[in-house]
Design a binder for this molecule. Sequence first.
Ligand code: NAD
Length: 284
Amino acid sequence: MATKILGGKEVASEMHKNLSPRILDLKARGIDPQLAIVFIGDDASAESYIKGIKKAGRALGVNVRLEHFPPDTKQVNLKEHLEALNQEPKVHGVVIMRPLPPRIKEDSLGDVLRPEKDVDCFGLINVGRFMAGDARAFPPATPQAVMEILKHYDIPVQGRQAVVIGRSMVVGKPLAMLLLKGNATVNICHSHTTDLSAVCRQADILVAAAGHRGLVVKDMIKPGAVVIDVGINYSEGKIRGDVDYDAVYPLASAITPVPGGIGTVTPVVLLKHVVLSAERTVEG
Ligand code: NAD
């Protein structure tokens, strides 16, 4: 059977279709959904993500406001700024771009952010709520984008063996929780996993989120597996994933491309959370 390419554009455009009437409805009530991006420093991958969010915001009619700070900004000033955003009724969502400069303490910024505006599950209150399955928390956008792709292409999760490579708070850990919530049996691999290939070969759904170009090779694939590549690696001016796409493609039943896969859906998921946050202000 031919391998299905799980393109992100199709998923993003379906999400657009569903979000547009909700945004129009908010605007008719005088509410203009707005996301504030707090970007500290000059990380290239964060810059490219911001570009994607702005583009998606323009297409959808969601205001995206960039607040850019130099890398040597004092923690106390960032906290004050976040407190001001907390108080601003026009701002419905705030995302703090990762990675942060090493001298900035992530937890102490997350503690300031109001959970209702924490649309990317940055602060520990929302992390706790998310882990407990509390619907008030917005799931982190990238893992949720993986779930949106699986849902869009009717890929069943329940009862299947899922393997996630990577255990960060941004992708690996929360994604494992979402797959678990979908009733998959989940293995999480990381840089200390002793036999990565053996674990990966058990996967019906294999997700690579390691940030290691070409880590997943064909010997790691169970024939017919669904392969999701979250990795973004810059190489010779191009974006590459964690999966050796050409070698893995013939074995997989379905595979996401890089670029054009998860990265295309993530900004729309983030804006969907902003819309939901704005709707919650109406509902009270
Ligand atoms: P991270 O560096 O915080 O975590 C990487 C994880 O992978 C770690 O848990 C580490 O143990 C594991 N790992 C690294 N090398 C490994 C190896 N050789 N074998 C097994 N495990 C290994 O990175 P992150 O923030 O979780 O991001 C992961 C990747 O996803 C990066 O390439 C990042 O750019 C990409 N990303 C993509 C999107 C998107 O929207 N597409 C969003 C966020 C991150």
